[in-house]
Design a protein around this ligand. Structure first.
Ligand code: URA
Length: 432
């Protein structure tokens, strides 16, 4: 077998065999297959798609490219969550301590930013000292000790996904149902949780631009979950505008800390409560949604979720004083306002345009080797449905230089549509 034949087959829309998929994953993970050969195959998959069987084979091959954790010595009731990606998506930072503070263990492996979407690992790394690259033993020990661990893909879990994920980001192959489904589910299977809640984002700021596409992706991931014997629920959420008021790594951590203390924007609250409730429903199938929702709100209000987040940060080497006093996070050198040019209501705050502006600003990576500046980002003052007057501040851009600030201010302004209609956004679209 050789990689050129595999590329040729996919280029000609042929179904790849299990052996061909396993050969590619094995040899790309080991470095035998080069980045440019892998890029050609990934591009062909992105353009020509994959059958259900190919997607299953790809997911399993990727999950088996490293260790597949068995966490049964800790619990048979470990839940995980994952998002298909969004702009301002800080859900993991808030939801996972909520769940862990309720005694349900959380074992989560997160990703870095992909395309215009942010990554939990980049956000966590904005906390000085937070170590996202634990060994498998440390990961397991943390779950045993404090009921939660949030790590990146630095250890030997789904290493094929780590390589393919970074490659896709740098060759414009992020939007693809087979690649997203296999990427997410291989990580979830390898990390060992028994149940998984998937936040399938839908809208201009997500990879799936409409409900039909989002449902297709959700159904594919549920099928893989079923096949792998993991209880899986998909929550379709709105990504037409950024989630919450902050976009950018440390700015989002600050917003998440506030949320854990009970100060949550409405859209964040709705998504958090829904996803956390679904995670608890899966953890105990005899419990009811209304009981679980009550529990979620309780641990936010009594501070237990916030305390659990601090415990997590401390356990993974992070400086907790930044969580206790978020003023300690270093601010960007330039903070520039975006001013409304007219009176009216915010009818649109286009998440895709915000994501692209953020990427240019330096929140995410243009090339896989790029480093990122965690201070950069955008803080919104006005969102869909808000009334504004000419001259009101719509947002603040946190930039590294006056030139970058100017560029971003104009882009953010163009993401807003101010009109006469007062829109009401639906945050939860469907549960599958
Ligand atoms: N999250 C992932 O882990 N992979 C994707 O492809 C998209 C979002």
């Amino acid at each position: 077998m050789n990689v050129l034949d595999i590329i040729e087959n996919k280029k000609n829309c042929k179904e790849l065999s299990k052996e061909e998929i396993e050969y590619f994953i094995k040899n790309y993970t080991s470095g035998e297959i080069t980045d440019y050969q892998a890029a050609a195959l990934i591009m062909a998959i992105c353009i020509n798609g994959m059958t259900q069987d190919e997607i299953l084979d790809l997911t399993i091959a990727m999950a088996n490219s490293g260790e597949v954790l068995d966490l049964s010595d800790i619990s048979n009731n470990i839940v995980d969550k994952h998002s298909t990606g969004g702009v301002g998506d800080k859900v993991t930072l808030i939801v996972t301590p909520i769940i862990a503070s309720l005694g349900v263990p959380v074992a989560k492996m997160s990703g870095r930013g992909l395309g215009i979407t942010g990554g939990t690992i980049d956000k966590l790394e904005s906390i000085p000292g937070y170590n996202t690259s634990l060994s498998i033993e440390e990961f397991k020990q943390n779950i045993k000790d404090i009921g939660i661990s949030l790590i990146g893909q630095t250890m030997n879990l789904a290493p094929a996904d780590k390589k393919i994920y970074a490659l896709r980001d740098s060759i414009g192959c992020t939007k693809s149902i087979p690649l997203i489904a296999s990427s997410i589910m291989s990580k979830k299977i390898a990390a060992g949780a028994n149940a998984i809640v998937l936040d399938v984002t839908c809208g201009n700021g997500a990879f799936m631009k409409n409900k039909e596409e989002a449902k297709k992706l959700a159904k594919m991931m549920s099928l893989i979950g079923k096949w792998a014997n993991r209880k899986t629920v998909c929550v379709l959420t709105n990504m037409e505008e950024p989630l919450g008021y902050a976009v950018g790594n440390s700015l989002e951590v600050i917003e998440a800390v506030k949320a854990l203390k009970g100060d949550m924007p409405e859209d964040v609250k709705e998504v958090i409560v829904k996803i956390a409730t679904e995670m608890l429903n899966l953890a105990d199938e005899k419990s009811t949604s209304s009981e679980n929702k009550k529990k979620v709100l309780e641990v936010i209000n009594n501070g237990k979720a916030y305390e659990k987040f601090k415990e997590l940060v401390e356990k993974q080497g992070g400086d907790v004083s930044y969580i206790e006093n978020t003023e300690k996070f270093e601010r960007a050198p330039i903070i520039a306002p975006v001013l409304s040019e007219k009176d009216g209501y915010v009818e649109e705050l286009n998440a895709e345009k915000v994501g692209k502006a953020g990427l240019e600003l330096g929140i995410g990576r243009m090339r896989k080797e790029d480093s990122i500046d965690s201070r950069l980002g955008i803080l919104f003052e006005k969102k869909i449905g808000d009334k504004v007057k000419k001259g009101d501040v719509l947002a603040y851009v946190h930039a590294g230089s006056p030139e970058k600030a100017n560029e971003c201010v104009n882009k953010i302004l163009s993401a807003y549509k101010i009109g006469s209609r007062k829109e009401i956004k639906k945050n939860i679209i469907e549960v599958i």
